[in-house]
Each structure stands twice: as structure tokens, then as C-alpha cells.
Design a protein around this ligand. Structure first.
Ligand SMILES: NC(=O)c1ccc[n+]([C@@H]2O[C@H](COP(=O)([O-])OP(=O)(O)OC[C@H]3O[C@@H](n4cnc5c(N)ncnc54)[C@H](O)[C@@H]3O)[C@@H](O)[C@H]2O)c1
Length: 273
């Protein structure tokens, strides 16, 4: 396989588990060194070991992305250790499946803080570093000549339309589409590409919990809610974390230099807008 990311440095949030982990492994496979930033440090260390075994550098970093004060110190530590940052993938996220009338303010805040504040303030801190890496004369001219960084965010099919049982999660994933456009505009003069992916059903720890909650609330057997969603996917199968990682890797590579502000459905055709 062609290695498109030789010696790039990438922070992948939420890469202790699930899709983020698949992204971290694929970016490493393409030649990048990886910072695995996750609230679950044990899983982050496991991902780091797998990347080290594959011959790339990797560091596990313990962080709660809902706590904005932890983000800038992470970026500084990464720069101390790796000198630069070329790629940021904001994969960390939490879902919540609850009847509309039962959502509390604390639950709303936790979902929005993790999924939105985590993404926005990681972009802010990492993009500031990416801009510092642009040669002075090019930065002064205000028009960069080539891509100086790649940022990929995580939306969802739940960001494309409302969800009666996931008001906070759907709101957060809809906002990611807007944040991706705003950040792409704010960073366009520096030629930093900002895009997002929107998966459908990928059987990870997150979806196991969603299925359990949906099935309990709707009185279905365990596993039935996931099957019902998959039934609506035109390609008639769930996504694999590697399907999403392939699209994210494309958006992190020079093959996507002329793409910014987009949210790419990687969903087996579930959404077509
Ligand atoms: N699985 C799907 O079908 C699906 C569909 C659409 C979108 N997504 C999105 O893809 C992304 C990855 O989802 P996944 O299915 O792999 O989930 P997952 O639960 O398997 O993994 C999420 C990771 O984020 C980490 N994390 C959670 N809260 C954190 C915090 N506050 N700070 C730092 N790390 C934190 C977890 O420890 C975990 O490693 C999420 O943004 C999710 O919303 C997933």
C-alpha cells in the first residue's frame, strides 16, 4: 500500500477504542506518528503498543476533552515531544439515548461539552500550532501555497436529521457540520483543510450501548434496534471501523488537498443529501 503520510504527526482523539482506534492504526500504517488522546488511558496505551509494534512512534495521552483547560497542555506536550502537528482527528465522542422528557441539564451538558467543546477547542489549539509551522514569509503574505494541516471531525447520520431519543447527541452532531464549515473558512487563508465524516452504524462500544438503550425503551429484544437501523442502509451491512478509517485517511492525505468544509457521509448510502 502506498504510504501517504510518511513522518506526519497526528493527534487522534478517542483512539483508545472503536473507530478512533481504527483511524490511529490506519494513519500509522500510512507512515504517521500518532498521539492517542483518550479519557481511558489503558485503552490508549494498548493502541500505542500496537502502533509501536508496527514500527511508528506513538504516545498515549490521558485527557478529558470535556474539560477545555486540559487541551492546550496536551498540545504543548505533543510539540515538546514530536516538534510539530500535521493532522488532528477529533474522533472522541459520547452518545446518549433517552426519552425526550427525561433529559437532564447535566446529561445535556456532558454530551455537548465532550462532542462540541472537545472538538472546537482542539481545533483552536492545534490550528494555532499548525499556523506557527508555516514559514514566516508565507504566513505574512496571508495566502499559503500548499496544505499546512488536515483536520477531520466526526459528525453522524444523527447530525443529518432529528432523533426523538437522542436530542443532545443529534444536536451535537448537527453542530459538527456547522463547526466544520466555520473552521474551514477561518483556516482557509492558511490552507488548513477541515472536513468531517458522518458514519451510520458501526458496531463499537458506542453502538452496543445505543442498541441496549433503544431496545429497552422501545421494548425490543437486545440487538434488534441495531438490526433495524442496518436494514435501512442501502448497502445492507453495518460499517466496519476500517471503512471509516479509510475515508478519514483520505481526508488526512494530499489526495484531498482541494476539499474543505465538507461532511462526507460514510454510511453505506443511509443519507444521500
Ligand atoms: N459507532 C457508530 O456507529 C458511529 C456512528 C456515527 C458517528 N460516530 C462517531 O464516531 C466517533 C467514534 O465513535 P465510536 O463508535 O468509535 O465510539 P467508542 O465509544 O467506541 O469510542 C469513543 C472513544 O472516545 C473516548 N472518549 C469518550 N469521552 C471522552 C472524553 N471526554 N475525553 C477523551 N476521550 C473520550 C472513549 O474512551 C473511546 O475511546 C464518535 O464521535 C461518534 O459519535 C460513531
Amino acid at each position: 500500500m502506498e504510504q501517504r503520510l510518511i513522518d506526519k504527526v497526528a493527534i487522534v482523539t478517542g483512539s483508545g477504542h472503536g473507530i478512533g482506534k481504527a483511524v490511529a492504526l490506519r494513519l500509522a500504517h500510512e507512515g504517521a506518528d500518532i498521539i492517542i488522546a483518550d479519557i481511558d488511558i489503558k485503552s490508549a496505551e494498548q493502541t500505542a503498543r500496537e502502533i509501536l509494534d508496527a514500527g511508528r512512534k506513538a504516545t498515549a495521552y490521558s485527557i478529558d476533552l470535556a474539560n477545555v483547560s486540559q487541551i492546550q497542555p496536551m498540545v504543548e506536550q505533543v510539540v515538546d515531544q514530536f516538534v510539530r502537528i500535521d493532522i488532528l482527528v477529533n474522533a472522541a465522542g459520547i452518545a446518549q439515548t433517552k426519552p425526550f422528557f427525561e433529559i437532564t441539564e447535566d446529561q445535556w451538558d456532558r454530551v455537548l461539552d465532550t462532542n462540541l467543546k472537545g472538538t472546537v477547542f482542539c481545533i483552536q489549539a492545534v490550528a494555532a500550532q499548525m499556523i506557527k509551522q508555516i514559514p514566516e514569509e508565507i504566513r505574512q503574505a496571508g495566502r499559503a501555497d500548499k496544505s499546512y494541516g488536515k483536520i477531520v471531525n466526526f459528525s453522524s447520520i444523527s447530525g443529518r436529521r432529528g432523533r426523538a431519543l437522542q436530542i443532545a447527541y443529534a444536536a451535537s452532531k448537527a453542530a459538527i457540520i456547522s463547526i466544520t464549515q466555520s473552521a474551514a473558512l477561518a483556516l482557509s487563508a492558511y490552507n488548513i483543510n477541515v472536513n468531517a465524516v458522518a458514519p451510520s452504524v458501526v458496531p463499537t462500544g458506542m453502538w452496543e450501548q445505543i442498541d441496549e438503550d433503544y431496545s429497552r425503551i422501545l421494548g425490543k429484544e437486545s440487538g434488534q434496534s441495531m438490526k433495524d437501523f442496518i436494514e435501512q442502509i442501502p448497502l445492507k451491512r453495518a460499517g466496519n471501523p476500517k471503512d471509516i478509517a479509510a475515508a478519514v485517511t483520505f481526508l488526512c492525505s494530499c489526495d484531498s488537498d482541494y476539499i474543505t468544509g465538507q461532511t462526507l457521509n460514510v454510511d453505506g448510502g443511509f443519507e444521500m443529501d
